[in-house]
Design a protein around this ligand. Structure first.
Ligand code: DAH
Length: 337
């Protein structure tokens, strides 16, 4: 063996390694040079034939070349492995990316948030109460007598039928129960709204659903008048549905307010729906008995309250004619908002 054989062999090996087109060809190249019967191995074996004084230098050189070849081998292997892992078909990196479908807030949540935003502007805070209520907070404290039709099992979902003499549990039929809960736990003055879900034993049709949502409002202070109530309601609806909105109060009866009114609402949108007025809320001046029931002095405190349906507002705002659409969770409906 001659030392000058080493360099050409190394060049040939490197050329073959880098030319390998796939992992199989690379393995073959490795066997050809570094395998048990490879050319390099053979060269190594022939070291013994060298004159003694040349052996150390030759051994050093061969080892150096071997390290070099192994490095070239493993770097080519990495390249080829990467190539093997790539998709077989060409990738068009100019294609638009895949978008994730983004969720949105439910239209009723959007409307609720808008209503809350308007009330916050005039100093109201959000209050909350349980959906599973008792008869006291839902009816008795609101001055609703035991024989009132709203309390009938036909209209109210009672959770436990037993123990009729105590305050039974029920699914609240309105958010007015939150008025009582708030007044029981804090002294006046009060300025709250309470959005939330309510339940009634109604059969679902275009305008009824066994569950729907209301917003309750309660304002308690000194010298509060119907004028404050009307001004507030008008401000809120104009903010929500536009300046062309007009409202009117019609005398009505609620056990927890005196006097009581229903609020009708008119706007170009309402007229487009073929109506002059739409009933939208109930309201009135808090009944003195309600103040008594929560321990407020009715000689000192006055206040107003209202409650309206959130679906109603959403239906007017978006021109929706069937309340059940809000509860079907059909994305074709929901994604429009
Ligand atoms: N609770 C009534 C309902 O569900 C709405 C209502 C009327 C709320 C008058 C009030 C009120 O706070 O004062 O139909």
């Amino acid at each position: 063996m001659a030392l000058d054989q080493i360099e050409p062999l190394k060049q040939a090996a490197l050329a073959e390694l880098t030319a390998a087109e796939d992992l199989k060809a690379l393995e073959q190249a490795k066997v050809n040079y570094l395998g048990a019967h490879g050319k390099f191995t053979a060269l190594l074996k022939s070291l013994g034939a060298l004159p003694k004084e040349d052996r150390p230098a030759a051994g050093k050189l061969i080892n150096q070349v071997k390290t070099e070849l192994e490095a070239a081998l493993s770097s080519r292997r990495e390249e080829l492995e990467l190539k093997a892992a790539m998709p077989k078909e060409a990738t068009d990196f100019t294609l638009p990316g895949r978008r994730r479908a983004l969720g949105k807030l439910h239209p009723l949540t959007q409307v609720t948030e808008d209503i809350v935003r308007v009330f916050r502007k005039i100093g109201f805070v959000v209050a909350d109460g349980p959906e599973i209520e008792d008869e006291w907070h839902c009816f008795d404290a609101l001055n609703t007598p035991a024989d009132h039709p709203a309390r009938d099992t036909q209209d109210t979902f009672y959770v436990d039928a037993a123990g009729e003499e105590t305050s039974r549990q029920l699914l609240r039929t309105h958010t007015s129960s939150v008025q009582i809960r708030v007044m029981e736990r804090q002294p006046p003055p009060i300025r709250i709204i309470a959005p939330g879900r309510v339940y009634r034993r109604d059969n679902a049709d275009a305008t009824h659903n066994p569950t729907f949502q209301q917003i309750e409002g309660l304002y308690v202070g000194k010298g509060v008048t119907v004028g404050d109530l009307k001004g507030t309601v008008e401000f809120v609806f104009k903010q929500l549905l536009g300046d062309e909105v007009t409202i009117r109060f019609r005398p009505h009866y609620f056990s927890y307010t005196e006097p009581s009114f229903e609020i009708d609402f008119s706007s170009p949108l309402v007229r487009k729906m073929g109506k002059d007025w739409l009933e939208i809320a109930g309201c009135g001046m808090v009944h003195p008995q309600v103040f008594e029931n929560v321990g407020y002095d009715p000689e000192v405190w006055t206040g107003w309250a209202f409650g309206f349906g959130i679906e109603r507002v959403a239906m007017i705002r978006y021109g929706i004619n069937d309340i059940r659409l809000f509860y079907e969770n059909d994305v074709r409906f929901l994604e429009q908002f």
